[in-house]
Design a protein around this ligand. Structure first.
Ligand code: NDP
Length: 315
C-alpha cells in the first residue's frame, strides 16, 4: 500500500534527474516530498524517509516515521547527527552492483601496485626505459581490512586472481581460500604481513584514525596502502611522513579527511600518491532503487527490514 515518502538529500540537479525517476519506478503510486517545509506540512503522513546526506535536523518532527533508508552505504555521517531519531530503524544501502564496483577498484589498485604500473607511469613522464622484476601474484600478500559487504567481495576477488589474501574483521570470519584474523590482536599481524593493505572498514569510534603513525609503522617496510573506505581512517600527515621516510612505498587514496581534497593538500602532488575523487564504488540509482523499494515494502507490510544499522557497533 503506497504512502508518503520524504526524500531528503543534498542532491544537485544531475542527481535529482537520475534518482527521482528511478525511485518512482521502484515505488509506484507513492507521494514524494522533497522539501523540508512540505515535510513539516505533511508530517502526519510521512512514514518513510529516504536520505542521502540530509541536513542536520531535517528528520525531526516526523511522528509516524518507521524507516530511515540511506541511499549511501556508509552511515557514519548519519550516526554522528544527534537529531536523527534513534528509535526509528535505520537501513543502509547494500547493493551487489556496488560491491562488484568496489572489488574492481581494489583489483585495479592491487594489480597496478603488484606489477609496478604506477611506477612505470612515473617513468614514462621522465622518459625512463627501465624494466623491473616481475613477481607472481601468489607472492604478493594483500591484507583486506573489513570483511563486510565490500570487503568480502573484494577479498574473494583478489584471492581468485591468485593473491595471498588475509582478511581482518571485528568478529571471527571464515572465507574460502583466505586467511582471516580478527580483533585488536589480529591487526598487528595483518598489517605486518601484507605488501598491500586495502582498507574497507566502516568509520566508527574504534576505526577513526586507525592509520596513525604507530599503526603505519607496523606495516611491512615498502608496503602500500589503498584506502577506499573513509578519509578519517587515515591521519594524512602521518601517512605523508611514512611515505617520505620510505616506510611506505605508495598510497592509493579514494577518500580524504576533507572532500573535495583541498588544492593545498600535499597529497595532490606527492609523486607516490594516487588520488581518486571518491569514486571507488558509486551507488547505481537503478539497482539501488530496487533495493530501497523492497525495504519500503517490508516496512509497510511488517516484514523483516534488510541491512539495518547496528547503532551500538556504529555500522
Ligand atoms: P560493512 O558494514 O558491510 O562491513 C564492515 C566490516 O568491517 C565488517 O567485516 C566488520 O567486522 C569490520 N569492522 C568494523 N569495525 C571493526 C573493528 N573495530 N575492527 C575490525 N573490523 C571491524 O561495510 P561496507 O563493506 O558496506 O563498507 C565498507 C566501507 O566502504 C565503509 O567505510 C563505507 O563507508 C565505504 N564505502 C566507500 C565507497 C567509495 O566509493 N569509496 C562507496 C561505498 C562504501 P564484522 O564482520 O565482525 O562485523
Amino acid at each position: 500500500m503506497p504512502g508518503t515518502i520524504y526524500l531528503c538529500t543534498d542532491f544537485d540537479d544531475r542527481e535529482w534527474a537520475e534518482w527521482l525517476p528511478a525511485l518512482r519506478g521502484a515505488l509506484p503510486g507513492e507521494r514524494w516530498i522533497t522539501r523540508r517545509d512540505d515535510a513539516l506540512a505533511h508530517a502526519a503522513e510521512i512514514d518513510v524517509a529516504i536520505v542521502a546526506n540530509p541536513a542536520p535536523g531535517s528528520l525531526q518532527g516526523l511522528p509516524r516515521l518507521r524507516l530511515i533508508q540511506s541511499l549511501w552505504a556508509g552511515v557514519d555521517r548519519l550516526l554522528s547527527d544527534p537529531t536523527v531519531p534513534a528509535d526509528v530503524p535505520l537501513a543502509r544501502m547494500v547493493d551487489p552492483a556496488m560491491n562488484e564496483a568496489m572489488a574492481e577498484t581494489a583489483l585495479w589498485a592491487v594489480l597496478s601496485l603488484h606489477r609496478g604500473f604506477f611506477d612505470y607511469a612515473d617513468q614514462q613522464r621522465q622518459l625512463i626505459w627501465r624494466q623491473h622484476g616481475q613477481r607472481r601474484a601468489d607472492a604478493l600478500r594483500v591484507g583486506v581490512l573489513g570483511l563486510g559487504e565490500m570487503g568480502r567481495t573484494t577479498a574473494l576477488r583478489l584471492a581468485s586472481q591468485g593473491y595471498a589474501v588475509t582478511g581482518w574483521s571485528r568478529r571471527p570470519a571464515a572465507l574460502p581460500g583466505l586467511r582471516t584474523t580478527h580483533g585488536p590482536e589480529g591487526l598487528r599481524t595483518v598489517l605486518r604481513d601484507a605488501d598491500v593493505v586495502v582498507n574497507l572498514l566502516p568509520l566508527t569510534p574504534d576505526t577513526r584514525g586507525l592509520f596513525n603513525r604507530e599503526r603505519l609503522s607496523w606495516m611491512a617496510p615498502g608496503a602500500s596502502l589503498v584506502n577506499l573506505a573513509r578519509g578519517a581512517h587515515v591521519i594524512e600527515d602521518d601517512l605523508l611522513a611514512a611515505l617520505e621516510a620510505g616506510q611506505l612505498h605508495r598510497a592509493v587514496l579514494d577518500v580524504f579527511a576533507t572532500e573535495p581534497l583541498p588544492a593545498a593538500s600535499p597529497l595532490w602532488r606527492h609523486p607516490r600518491v594516487t588520488v581518486l575523487p571518491h569514486v571507488a564504488a558509486q551507488t547505481d540509482a537503478r539497482s539501488a532503487s530496487q533495493v530501497v523499494g523492497r525495504n519500503v515494502q517490508a516496512a509497510r507490510s511488517g516484514g523483516a527490514l534488510a541491512h539495518l544499522v547496528n547503532r551500538m557497533a556504529g555500522y
